[in-house]
Design a protein around this ligand. Sequence first.
Ligand code: TRP
Length: 335
Amino acid sequence: MNPQAQYVLSGLRPTGRIHLGNYFGAIRNWVRLQDQYRSYCFIADWHALTSDYADPSNIRKATFDAVADLLAAGIDPEKATVFIQSEIKEHAELHLLLSMTTPLPWLERVPTFKDQQQQLQDKDLNTYGFLGYPLLQTADIIIYRANFVPVGEDQASHLELSREIVRRFNNFYGPVFPEPQPLFTETPKVPGLDGRKMSKSYGNTIGLTASADEIRALVMTMFTDPNRIRRKDPGNPDICNLFQFHKLMSPPETVTRVDHECRTAQIGCVDDKKLLAEIMIEQLRPIRERRERYDREPSYVWDVLREGNRKARERAGETLAMVRQAMKIDYPEFR
Ligand code: TRP
């Protein structure tokens, strides 16, 4: 790693097992980034509480699962610092300090604030914590003085807010923080089993570490070209979900062959599903096997986190010392 390397921070809210949409949409890219940047990767368990405060019973397991899946996917603790947000108390102190300078309307106008309140009607999200979601996220980022954050479309407005908060801070107190830049990478659109975007809330996902039998069963339920009704009808791969997955996972010669044989009705959708399922099983095998190891030996995962937490705390502590000094809330007498 180049000693001048810049810092990248990637965060994930613990919502359970990682699925292929998360993997191809984000995680695979994080795995690449760990070779180019000083990479920090964490699970935002406090963020889970902003919406699930009434029933936090799943958060601990979802956090473990997310970390184990990240490691299985190729996040390498030798390269990336992997940690849990709530173990780095400095995030909370920085969040508090930033709350002093953040105008309320900046938070109220973040599009996800109103959107999520609308969409999750069964939860009361008119809380202080939920309003502060993007501010806590800002603290997560800038406490590592991160230069880059890989973001999807949905998070772009949060990062814009983070940049405004940084500018305001640096204006008042001096240049402590770099402005974090979004790292947009071209991410393929990953359809779910039903053709809508793959998402846990639609129940249309395939787990990154699904078993061979699960993969076979799930692929069988996938929607294909809706106009191909009979076996002898020629198909159109351009509007078939299966084909999207071939493009993501199959060797190029297979993609070409399937494209041809579907258009000429040489293979049917069921044949193609069987083929795709076997390819998927093979492609995901190393990931699945690593994950099985972590389930047999969860202490490995906790050990990785213990070390990651330690390293994260070190960097966060340095930043916070700078912040306290800049904000004149600093008592060297006690150190
Ligand atoms: N909001 C992100 C999500 O929904 C999780 C997150 C929290 C995050 N803090 C972050 C992402 C900081 C990047 C940087 O997944």
